[in-house]
Design a protein around this ligand. Structure first.
Ligand SMILES: [Zn+2]
Length: 269
């Protein structure tokens, strides 16, 4: 599933392409036909990302909400849109550009109270200037739940997925199963600041890189990472491989059906 940086990049991209323009919308597949009919002809005022949720705000208090989920994808291009191919839930275009959305978990219109309700059920997003990390810590410090599970819970922190969470815990030297209540206020302040840094870098690069300069391939004389996800990381999907810091084999464990990765030496229990 795309992590928050991808959604923030899409929000910026869509604003760049369409903000201030009247857009035409359609649902070639039909599943968003009613929404597209209400949306078409409206001017896009602006976009924003909140965690993994993308919002387009149109004139007249009309908001389009998209959650990509596991399979959702956007494509875009200049000029006239090509003939529709496959299951296009939403096609949106101006005179200059088009985007197609396929396979989202959510593609719907929201009223202002529904937008407020969506925000209320999400924790602070490290990529947003208005994020309040104290809100997340108020949940974390009272909880016996493992830190990894808390940080993956979008109602605690929004936008973080498995890569950011496992990597930030490694960089903090915290084992993923440490209960939330064992995290000190200073520990949380550092962890939050690191999430802000890592996610901001990922927005800039369009991929997740978490490795400090001393542990980059060039610095260590090791081959670069080869993976669908691309970036240089410490533990994510490196089970059994030597830790870039201490050489210990990276561990893998299960958390509610999801794989977790950590270094047993750098993140002692
Ligand atoms: Zn290590």
């Amino acid at each position: 599933m795309p992590e928050g940086h991808t959604i923030h990049r899409l929000a910026a991209r869509h604003a760049e392409l369409f903000a201030g323009d009247k857009v035409h919308t359609a649902s070639p597949q039909g599943r968003f036909a009613e929404g597209a009919a209400r949306l078409t002809g409206n001017v896009l005022d602006g976009t924003e990302a909140y965690g993994k949720h993308l919002l387009h705000h149109y004139a007249g208090e009309l908001t389009l909400h998209v959650h990509l989920g596991l399979y959702g994808k956007f494509a875009d291009g200049p000029g006239e849109p090509p003939p529709p191919v496959g299951q296009i839930r939403l096609r949106l275009n101006s005179d200059r550009h088009w985007v197609d959305l396929r396979g989202p978990t959510a593609c719907e219109l929201l009223t202002p109270p529904e937008v407020a309700a969506l925000r209320d059920r999400l924790g602070p997003d490290p990529l947003r200037a208005d994020a309040d990390p104290d809100r997340a810590y108020a949940r974390i410090r009272r909880s016996g739940t493992p830190l990894a599970a808390l940080l993956l819970d979008q109602s605690v922190v929004a936008g973080t997925g498995l890569i950011f969470v496992t990597e930030a815990l490694f960089r903090a030297g915290l084992p993923p199963d440490r209960p939330g209540r064992a995290l000190t206020p200073t520990g949380w302040a550092e962890l939050w600041a690191d999430l802000v840094d890592l996610m901001t870098l990922a927005v800039r690069r369009g991929r997740i890189d978490t490795v400090r300069p001393a542990h980059l391939p060039e610095a260590m004389g090791r081959p670069p990472r080869v993976d669908r996800h691309g970036g240089e990381v410490y533990v994510y999907r490196r089970p059994g491989a030597p830790c870039h810091v201490c050489g210990t084999g990276i561990s893998r464990g299960d958390l509610a059906g999801r794989n977790l990765y950590w270094c047993p030496t750098c993140q002692p229990g």
